[in-house]
Design a protein around this ligand. Structure first.
Ligand SMILES: [Cu+2]
Length: 246
C-alpha cells in the first residue's frame, strides 16, 4: 500500500468509529450537571418513567466531588476529580416519583438533586436499601465493631491489622437512618471514600470488607439534609472518628 492509501484506510476506520459512537449515544438523552466546591446545578431534573439518560458531570471546582443515588435511588457512586468530567448512565424508575441524588464533597458541602419522574403512577418507588451485608468468603485480617448513633461514630479506639478488614456497623439509633463511610484524607485535605455501608435503618446492621494499608483513616456518617429524612449534616454534627490501621 502507498502511504496515501494507508491514511485513507485509517480515515475510513476513524469515520466508522465515529458513526458507531454517535449512534450509540443517540439512544440516551444527555443531562449536564455542573459542580462547584459549594453546590451542584441544576437541583431539579425532569425525567419520564423508564427513561435512559447519561449524566455528564462537570466538576468546575477545586475539590473532588461525589455523585450518588440516595434513599434507594439506583445510581452507582461516581467520583469526579476537580476540573474533570465524568459520564454516568442512569435509568429512571418505571413509576412516577422523586428519586434523589446527592452531589457532595465528602465531609463538605452537599446538594440534593431531585429527579422528577413522570409516567404511569402505580405506587411509589421501591425503597429497598442498598446496604451491604451477608457473609464474605475472603480471609479477614481483622474486624472492627462500629456503633452509629446521633451524633457520633463509636469504636473501641484500638488500631486494627492491615489487610482485609471487616467493618461491622450497628445503627443503635431508635429513630434515624445512618451510614458508615470509610475514608482516607488526601495530602490536600480532601476525603476520599474507600467504601460505604449505606442506608442503615434504626436498629439494623451492615457489613463491609475493605483491603486497607497501614495508615490513618476516618470513619464517618455522611447523611446530609434532605437525605433519609434528615434535616442536619451528620458529619458536621460530629459523626466521625479516626481509625489507625497498622
Ligand atoms: Cu448519621
Amino acid at each position: 500500500l502507498t502511504s496515501s492509501s494507508q491514511s485513507l484506510l485509517v480515515l475510513s476506520a476513524l469515520t466508522l468509529l465515529l458513526i458507531a459512537c454517535g449512534s450509540r449515544a443517540a439512544n440516551r438523552r444527555e443531562i449536564e450537571l455542573f459542580q462547584t466546591d459549594d453546590s451542584c446545578a441544576p437541583q431539579s431534573v425532569d425525567l419520564t418513567a423508564g427513561e435512559k439518560v447519561t449524566f455528564v458531570v462537570h466538576n468546575n471546582g477545586k475539590k473532588d466531588k461525589e455523585l450518588e443515588g440516595i434513599d434507594g435511588t439506583k445510581l452507582e457512586e461516581v467520583l469526579v476529580p476537580a476540573g474533570r468530567t465524568r459520564r454516568v448512565n442512569f435509568t429512571a424508575p418505571g413509576t412516577a416519583g422523586t428519586p434523589k441524588l446527592k452531589c457532595y464533597v465528602p465531609g463538605g458541602a452537599s446538594t440534593i438533586i431531585e429527579l422528577h419522574v413522570t409516567g404511569p403512577a402505580t405506587g411509589g418507588q421501591d425503597p429497598s436499601p442498598a446496604a451491604d451485608g451477608g457473609p464474605s468468603t475472603r480471609p479477614v485480617s481483622d474486624s472492627i465493631e462500629v456503633r452509629l448513633v446521633e451524633y457520633s461514630v463509636d469504636t473501641s479506639g484500638q488500631p486494627v491489622k492491615a489487610g482485609a478488614i471487616r467493618f461491622a456497623a450497628s445503627n443503635i439509633s431508635t429513630s434515624q437512618v445512618h451510614e458508615l463511610a470509610v475514608m482516607r484524607q488526601k495530602a490536600e485535605g480532601a476525603f476520599e471514600i474507600l467504601g460505604e455501608i449505606e442506608d442503615l435503618e434504626p436498629g439494623s446492621r451492615g457489613e463491609l470488607i475493605l483491603d486497607l494499608e497501614p495508615g490513618r483513616y476516618t470513619l464517618a456518617c455522611l447523611i446530609v439534609p434532605g437525605e433519609a429524612g434528615s434535616t442536619i449534616d451528620h458529619f458536621k454534627a460530629g459523626m466521625s472518628t479516626a481509625l489507625v490501621v497498622e
